[in-house]
Design a protein around this ligand. Structure first.
Ligand code: SF4
Length: 320
């Protein structure tokens, strides 16, 4: 049996201003109550403000990205001071420090020339700014930790993006936890089995490809196998789930015990699934019913499935 919760604290990096600290260029903050109050009860935040930590004070002159999207410069808006080199040097140093904390995710402040993950404004000598930049610190972080899930606070207001991000965070934490405990080929097979339905809810092709890796494990050197599995596993979870995929997964699970349900229970199940399919109820409704049957009928194989309880229920995910 595989533990579905990580005994180590789940650490997530975060742009410091999102926790309410007054570190913005204008002396203000951008506190996000979901992050600070709700998610903060389940994870350990690792706050970083690249601009303040790099030595720029608060308040300070605002900055912006200027030049080419692949290598923009970080300039102050009015006086044109170039902080690119200083910020890059600081960022490389800071990500080396962050490595020791084994982050399971990062929430960045959107739009910032230091922290924005996408669509950051890039200014040009002539013409209108384009929205195709990445903040300097966010870019260096992602280059150093390509598998760590990252998201911007603005996108987390969308329930499905929030659900997906947190699913990836908690999954990455489980993956890292598994790696810490002297991974074996047999252990990888157990990990893969426990994630079967979660993976199927995202991408059947990825699930099958991962299955082939596990099935042919002896052909790979252990480190190559672990690296390949981790990369593909995190890639799979980035594929969007849909109502249809969830409905298929749920129906598949019920197939394991349907013959043990009474006629009335079977009818109830079909109604609940049908309502979910039509968008009348959130995923949590059929999921709770499946969990109830799995517990009552003691279906051991399904009880170990991460799909049935992937993250703390207080986060109210899968309720939308
Ligand atoms: S966006 Fe980033 S650099 Fe700007 S104040 Fe927030 S943490 Fe600091």
């Amino acid at each position: 049996m595989m533990s579905t919760t990580s005994p180590l604290p789940i650490r997530i990096g975060i742009s410091r201003c999102l926790l309410g600290e007054k570190v913005r260029y204008d002396g203000g903050h951008k506190r996000d109550s979901f992050l600070a109050d709700t998610l903060g009860r389940h994870v350990e935040w690792v706050p970083v403000c690249p601009e303040v930590e790099a030595g720029l004070g608060t308040p300070r002159e605002a900055m912006r990205l200027v030049g080419q999207p692949e290598a923009p410069r970080l300039l102050t808006v009015t006086s044109g001071l170039d902080h690119t080199h200083m910020m890059e040097r600081f960022s490389h140093h800071r990500v080396r420090e962050l490595k020791t904390l084994d982050l399971s995710g990062y929430v960045f402040k959107q739009g910032s020339p230091s922290c924005g993950v996408e669509r950051v404004r890039i200014y040009h000598e002539q013409g209108m700014p384009t929205r195709n930049g990445v903040g300097l610190f966010a870019r260096i972080f992602q280059e150093r930790f390509p598998l760590v899930p990252v998201e911007e606070e603005g996108r987390l207001a969308d329930p499905s993006l929030r659900d997906n991000f947190l699913e990836r965070v908690f999954s990455y934490a489980r993956w890292r936890e598994w790696q810490r405990h002297r991974p074996t080929r047999r252990g990888l097979a157990v990990f893969h089995t426990a994630h079967k339905f979660l993976l199927l809810a995202h991408s059947r092709p990825h699930y099958e490809q991962l299955g082939r890796l596990v099935g042919n494990a002896k052909r790979y050197r252990p480190t190559d196998l672990t690296q390949a599995y981790g990369r593909l596993f995190m890639e799979a979870l980035r594929v969007k789930t849909t109502v249809r995929k969830h409905a298929n997964v749920l129906q598949h699970m019920v197939g394991f015990f349907k013959s043990r349900l009474s006629a009335a229970e079977r009818e109830e199940w079909q109604e609940v699934l049908h309502d979910y399919h039509r968008g009348l109820t959130p995923l949590i409704v059929p999921l709770t019913l499946v969990k109830h049957y799995v517990r009552r009928l003691e279906i051991r194989y399904l009880a170990d499935q991460v799909y049935l309880s992937p993250h703390p229920k207080e986060l109210m995910l899968r309720n939308h």
